[in-house]
Structures are given as structure tokens and as C-alpha cells.
Design a protein around this ligand. Sequence first.
Ligand code: MG
Length: 262
Amino acid sequence: MMSMHRARTATVKRAAEIDRMRAAGAILVDILEVLKAEIRPGISTGDLDEIAARMIRDAGAISSFKGYGSNPPFPGVICASVNDEVVHGIPSPRRRLADGDLVSIDIGCIVDGWHADCARTWAVGSVPREVSDLVDATRRGMEAGIAAATPGNRLGDVGHAIESVAHEHGYGIVRPFVGHGIGRAMHEEPQVPNYGRPGTGMLIEAGMCFAIEPMFNLGGDEVVVSDDGWTVRTADGAVSAHYENTIAVTDAGGPELLTVPQ
Ligand code: MG
């Protein structure tokens, strides 16, 4: 899930705080591993949400998403966005996946008051080569953005790194929805756009934590929000992919992924 708020500075987290975010991140990747194995034609996004809700509860964590916002409050613990849905798809027992679909699953949870946020995109059965290429490029865009999140760089460097991967392939880049600072709240300052000019924007420091989450479209940049108040779709109906990891900026050794197995 991502924010639409204004860009300000990020807070620097202490090691013990990052430890809790890492614990939250480990729960998320465990759940995503299970969901990935469950993805098949016929399963509903509501089924996936039930599995994720049970796993969050069993881990002693709290969903970051369920009840979030007021347009209306988000009803699931995952966002499940299929094909031309970009992000914030509402999971439903009526939404059954079919062979050839592309599904993005976004999930967040809280451990001892600290959040992690993570998304992956998977094919259901077989998809055309151009769709699997889009997924691969979106993951590489995320990785390029993460690699640029080093002390002394600026947020514009992160956005530029992400945008450059999309431009190599001519993919659309979603601009109204962006990555974000994360910690005691799911959405903290600043916003982390998936585009930018090198050397501009907030200076990055060790101890800052970000959710870096590009959304690339097989068509144009434009997106629309559906009548349900949440589901974001591509305006041209083209397929979209989304990848997200939560990271901590470190002094040495590169950014640390917090959404990894523990
Ligand atoms: Mg997010």
C-alpha cells in the first residue's frame, strides 16, 4: 500500500526499532511464500486474504491494511490487484483467478508497534512473454531504487534509478502513487516517487527506513480510481505490475532489506 502525502524529512530509527520492522518483514515474506504456492486458477483473492489474515494472527502480529483509511476503511489484510488493476485491489471471494491472469499481492503488518510493507507480482499459469518481461523489469526497477538508497544520495536519485529501468523498456510509470517512509506508521514522511531528477530531493541518511515500490504499466502512465474508492486501474486497460520491499539505509554494506526471511 502506498501514500499520497507531501514530501518532508524521514526520521532516523534506532537499531532496536529496525529489529521490530525486520521481524514484521519476516512474517510478510513467510506469508507471501505461502500465497505464491496457493496461486492457481480457481482460487479467489478472498481465499488468499483469509490465509494471510490467519498467518498474521498466528504470528502475533497486526495487519497494517485492515481498517486503513476512510474511503471506506480497507477491508482486507492484503491488496490483490489483477491484470489492469495497479494497486489497492480489494480481496473478494467472488474474484477467482484464471489462467493467464497477473496478480499483485501487497501486504503489511505491525510487530510491537513497528510496520513492514511488501508486494510481489505473480503470473497465474502462463502469461505472454511481454507480461513476464514487465514483471521482471518492475522487480529490477525496485532493486535499482533500493541500490540508490545510500547515505549522501537524495530521493531524486532513487526515483531516477527506478524510472530509468521503466524507460529502457518504454513502460508506463504510475506517478500519483508512490513509496514512502515507514516505521511507527505505515506511511511516514517522505513520499518516495518512482521518478525523479538525480541530485534533488531529501538527503538520505543511515537509519532511515523506506518502502520502495514501483508500479510499471505495459501501456501508458495514467491510472484511475474505481468506484469502490480503492482499486487503482490503468486508464488504458493495460496490464500493470508492482514490487515492494521495506529497507533500512545503512552506513556500509548497502541498504538492508527488512522484508526477508529471518
Ligand atoms: Mg507501501
